[in-house]
Design a protein around this ligand. Structure first.
Ligand SMILES: O=P(O)(O)OC[C@H]1O[C@H](O[C@H]2O[C@H](CO)[C@@H](O)[C@H](O)[C@H]2O)[C@H](O)[C@@H](O)[C@@H]1O
Length: 389
């Protein structure tokens, strides 16, 4: 089977992305190359490539996007077109906060809207529940955060939607009472429900770790061997770049450059670019100091939110208030879904001004914890006040 050209999924509705220098999205229209990895007698042969012309990644905007992802304070000030003085930063930050007020300071407003509604909580993992650290394998959430999330889940249906693999994020969070979506929403474990408008060929009904039947939705299932193949090639081709780290998230792969010397960023970008040329059905997205390779399908964290709401029987419902908290570009898809028709609230976690479709902001995971604890306190007080039968 030619893994690079299979095209049978009904979910593949995205047109091939057009080169977008601002977003750093590459076109998938490149012709197939003969030089990509191939299977022979069951063995994957990985041609080691010298990176192509570094001009590619400069002209297509990848490098700019890499530099501006998770920027240090000084650079962000420059991007934001303000002077590098800290007073000016404070001014810029305060102006931004007027547009995206703190969810803690706006708590009254949020709970006023939530009165007589069912809150559904969606949480991103990295940078939201755990602080950003150099080593992705050591991004642990604190016990206090775990207990805040666990308490929230006692009162509100709660889901984690992460770029990591579902198994990995479950291992990091370790709470059985939540719903989990991994690989940017391309791997969702949700309750079994008869009426979910998902393509049945992408759904299976296995049992979870507690032996309960669940619905497993994997819209990019056919890409599994391709992502695996690309992961192996990425590992091989970046192995000489000091600090580079590649992760396999099952339906997407991540190439981290946080620990790579900035002078080698063009090389790492070119490496990924060269591999992607061989896979027109994969595309690149940018995260925080990470390049992410994923299938060109019309699926993202926003779609995962819609899917989960439907699976929980809570879509098309005026009595529901979905709240999504996240820190990354990939969370913007979820913020957009909640903004449409004023359906719910997106909360961006960021200590610096950023373009966003969220409604509110929180500075860091410790504020996320504070916010979650306030929701639980509010719900408990409501419960105490409600007439006893
Ligand atoms: O959707 P998320 O749960 O936020 O996952 C997004 C990516 O998170 C991880 O990378 C980020 O966090 C690391 C640990 O703090 C940090 O070292 C890295 O620079 C960040 O990009 C994860 O490793 C990625 O694979 C996820 O896609």
């Amino acid at each position: 089977m030619d893994l690079k050209s299979i095209n049978a999924s009904p979910v593949l509705t995205d047109p091939a992305p057009i080169d977008n220098p601002r977003l750093g999205i590459r076109s998938s229209l490149s012709p197939y190359s003969q030089s990509g990895p191939s299977f022979s007698s069951g063995m994957l042969k990985i041609p080691r490539k010298k990176p192509g012309k570094l001009d590619d990644v400069r002209s297509n905007g990848w490098l700019d996007a890499m530099i501006s992802s998770s920027p240090p304070r000084k650079k962000l000030l420059k991007d934001f077109n303000v002077e590098v003085a800290s007073d000016d930063f404070d001014f810029a930050f305060h102006s931004w906060m007027l547009k995206y007020p703190s969810a803690i300071n706006s708590f009254e407003k949020i709970i006023n809207r939530a009165k007589n509604k069912k809150i559904v909580m969606f949480l991103d993992y990295d940078g939201t529940l755990s602080p950003i650290v150099d080593d992705p394998d050591r991004a642990f959430m604190s016990d206090e955060m775990r207990s805040a999330v666990s308490n929230v889940a006692k009162y509100f249906p709660t889901a984690i939607i992460s770029g990591r693999s579902r198994d990995k994020v479950y291992e990091l969070v370790g709470l059985t009472e939540l719903y989990y979506a991994g690989s940017h929403g391309m791997d969702i474990m949700s309750p079994v429900r008869d009426k979910v408008s998902a393509d049945p060929s992408n759904c299976t009904k296995p049992t979870d770790k507690q032996g309960k039947e669940v619905n497993l939705f994997q819209p990019a299932r056919e890409f599994l061997p391709m992502i695996n193949e690309v992961f192996i090639t990425l590992v091989e081709n970046t192995k000489d770049i000091k600090g580079a780290k590649v992760e396999n998230h099952k339906f997407c792969a991540s190439v981290h450059y946080r620990n790579v010397d900035e002078k080698n960023w063009p090389t790492i970008a070119q490496c990924v670019h060269d591999i992607l040329k061989d896979y027109p059905r994969l595309r690149l997205t940018h995260g925080r100091k990470v390049l992410e390779v994923r299938p060109v399908i019309n699926w993202n964290k926003g779609k995962a939110v819609e899917f989960l709401l439907e699976s929980l029987g809570l879509s098309n419902n005026d009595d529901v208030l979905p709240i999504y908290i996240g820190d990354d570009k990939t969370d913007e898809d979820a913020f957009k879904v909640l903004r449409v028709g004023n359906r719910g609230y997106g909360i961006l976690v960021s200590p610096v001004p950023k373009e966003t479709k969220a409604f509110f902001s929180l500075k860091d995971p410790s504020e996320v914890k504070q916010f979650l604890e306030s929701l639980v306190r509010w719900k408990m007080e409501m419960h105490d006040k409600s007439p006893k039968k």
